[in-house]
Ligand binder design. Sequence first.
Ligand SMILES: NC(=O)c1ccc[n+]([C@@H]2O[C@H](COP(=O)([O-])OP(=O)(O)OC[C@H]3O[C@@H](n4cnc5c(N)ncnc54)[C@H](OP(=O)(O)O)[C@@H]3O)[C@@H](O)[C@H]2O)c1
Length: 323
Amino acid sequence: MRLRSLGDTGTKVGAIGLGCLVMSRPHEGTARDDGRSVRVVNEALDLGGNLLDTAGLHDAVHHETLLGKAIAGRREEAVVATTSGVALDGPRPRAVRRDGSPAQLREAAEASLRRLDIDVIDLYHLHRIDPAVPLAETWGALAELVQQGKVRWLGLSGATVAQAREAHAIHPVTAVRSELSLWTRDALDGGPDGMVGWCESVGASFIASAPLGRGFLTGTLRAGGLRSGDLRTSDPRFHRTAMEANLAIVDVIREVADRRSVTPAQVAIAWILAQGEQVVPIPGTSDPRYLRENLAAAEVRLTDEDFADLRALPVPVGSGAEP
Ligand SMILES: NC(=O)c1ccc[n+]([C@@H]2O[C@H](COP(=O)([O-])OP(=O)(O)OC[C@H]3O[C@@H](n4cnc5c(N)ncnc54)[C@H](OP(=O)(O)O)[C@@H]3O)[C@@H](O)[C@H]2O)c1
């Protein structure tokens, strides 16, 4: 596996990591297979995809406990990323609220350490910024966790460039984790003034979440094929008519893939890798075949013709960006 620097920490990670949230089946609401997920994490480590990304929200008891079990005995090989700053909000399933108060962050970090069964969290992302708490207070509390040796490095998620700058002035932002894919390109907007550009300018990593468009860009989903209760249906791009229209995007990706004798998922990942040396995609999967396919995308080289075709992809229907 090709390596990329994790911010300016001196630590290298595989150029492609692993998103672990799908192991709790949040998209489909289908049955979990923890044994298979543990094998997938171990195979990711075997293949060098060692940035393992989970979250301390929603079903954190499952997400983090499962990842902790999976890396038991291989702690030193893994770079474990998780999140804080979002707390459960009452008994409604999946109801959360932002909470950037220092007390909550301290408590959340302890809970994550316990569930992951590790002594230190490698990369701790502030999942969302709480408008009710000054960022300096929230980020300062996270910096204290670093000073106490409970966390190695800090990351931001769901932040603007201005917020990233403010945080970075207090304590280094090692990484920004945000959605980036062939159908979600906002982080590239503004070139050097956008989020991917800002990361490059300060030597931070950009961790591309949902790089496969939650599965859509792989060409394996069909319009109307999502179960009721699948969380993706809350994204307008996954509404039936939008999905039908958005299959035009998949058609182009598939053409590029056929030309290179690779898969659409590999094209989607290779395109992200080409956006800058600081960018590390974390495709999510609990399927060993998909894992191997995704990590092998590190070797895929796209041509100018491929990039031109991918640049001209239609704007996704349902993204809110249509004219
Ligand atoms: N910052 C944020 O707020 C935020 C938001 C979203 C996601 N994330 C992070 O990003 C990570 C990845 O996102 P994600 O898992 O939501 O979306 P994703 O990586 O874009 O897509 C995952 C989906 O694609 C399927 N898939 C994976 N590889 C495939 C392949 N080669 N061929 C066909 N299908 C394939 C998976 O199916 P199987 O499950 O069957 O393997 C899963 O349903 C998450 O784990 C999370 O850590 C962060």
